[in-house]
Design a protein around this ligand. Structure first.
Ligand SMILES: Cc1ncc(COP(=O)(O)O)c(C=O)c1O
Length: 335
């Protein structure tokens, strides 16, 4: 897998650590649980989007762009990391924030990621729920072109084949850590949303012929729809990586039983997972993605879904800044 063929900037503190979760494994009495610390990728307090942004900014800069345009929910981690990356490379940045989560508290609307967006100098444009985001991004680009700017659009979550290359790179990084550690029977579990993280990992592992199972815990879409979306992006990403571009259907696995009411709406099991990780491992999860994904992993361990000799690696994709947007719910859940 020859990733140096693609334009890339360096943003991430990598390789990120792969650490055993000894106290959590013991408490749950399950398989060997590990955590891959992609919450520690550096820029903007870290997170998975920095991986994608290395290739997305590489492409934007190679194309002569001077402004990035992206979008997400109000508490988007992706938008926050994009704003920081734009600042680091001297680019302008516009973020379209969709008011699609029914949390109408000052902490949610202005705290957490939104505070950091403002500190990074992001130009925020708020759009109503249900806005057709691809069209809104294109409209914004058109306006900027009219002002003589050269915009580069990063669609929701940075989940294009270019963004997914960042997680093909992580597949290589993980494989080399598994080899160094002598880790056998490894499988990976993580939060899946716009799908680029899972698609990149699957495309990377499949291209490398690693045979490592990846399970995405959905934070929004229902299982069949999410698997279809990830499969299509994994195939397109694998095609860019070279080789046959073939992805085995069974390589794309999604569990959508832990979304709760909807994307971004907190759940009691998320709050349990957040506090459990904090109190056993000292690690912070987030309320929208990793908290729900860890709740899914814990439920599977409790249901006996893994054999004791398996090494289950939870890919921590970041997002802790979002905790501050959900202060009222989390405080209530701990009372
Ligand atoms: C913290 C966190 N975890 C996971 C994800 C999901 O990644 P993807 O959109 O690549 O599926 C996101 C996406 O915004 C995120 O912010």
């Amino acid at each position: 897998m020859y990733l140096a063929r693609f334009p890339r900037v360096r943003i991430c503190h990598a390789p990120t650590p792969l650490e055993p979760m000894l106290r959590l494994s013991k408490l749950l009495g399950g398989p060997h649980l590990w955590i891959k610390r992609d919450d520690c990728t550096g820029l903007a307090t870290g997170g998975n989007k920095n991986r994608k942004l290395e290739f997305l900014l590489g492409e934007a800069i190679a194309a002569g762009a001077d402004t990035l345009i992206t979008c997400g929910a109000v508490q988007s981690n992706h938008v926050r990391q994009t704003a920081a990356a734009a600042a680091k490379f001297g680019l302008g940045c516009v973020g379209l924030l969709e008011e699609k989560v029914l949390v109408n508290e000052p902490d949610y609307r202005e705290g957490g990621n939104v505070l950091l967006d403002r500190i990074y100098g992001l130009r925020i444009e708020t759009v109503p729920e249900g806005t057709e985001m691809d069209a809104a991004l294109e409209d914004c680009a058109e306006r900027l072109r009219g002002q003589g700017r050269h915009p580069y659009i990063i669609p929701v979550g940075g989940s294009t084949t270019t963004g997914a290359l960042g997680y093909a790179a992580v597949a290589m990084e993980l494989l080399s850590q598994f080899n160094e550690t002598g880790l056998q029977n490894a499988r990976v579990v993580h939060a899946t949303g716009s799908g680029g993280t899972q698609a990149g990992l699957v495309a990377g592992f499949e291209t490398l012929g690693a045979g490592i199972r990846v399970l995405g815990i959905s934070v929004g879409s229902e299982r069949a729809a999410q698997e279809e979306k990830v499969m299509a992006l994994a195939e397109a990403t694998a095609a860019r990586l070279g080789g046959t571009g073939h992805i085995r259907r069974e390589a794309v696995e999604v569990d959508s039983d832990h979304v709760g009411q909807a994307y971004g709406i907190p759940t009691a099991e998320m709050a349990e997972a957040v506090t459990l990780l904090a109190r056993t491992e000292g690690i912070l999860l987030d309320p929208v993605y990793t908290g729900k994904a860890m709740a899914g992993l814990i439920a599977r361990v409790r249901a006996g879904a893994f054999s004791p000799e398996e090494n289950v690696v939870f890919l921590h994709t970041g997002g802790q800044v979002g905790l501050f947007g959900y202060r009222a719910f989390l405080t209530g859940a701990m009372a």
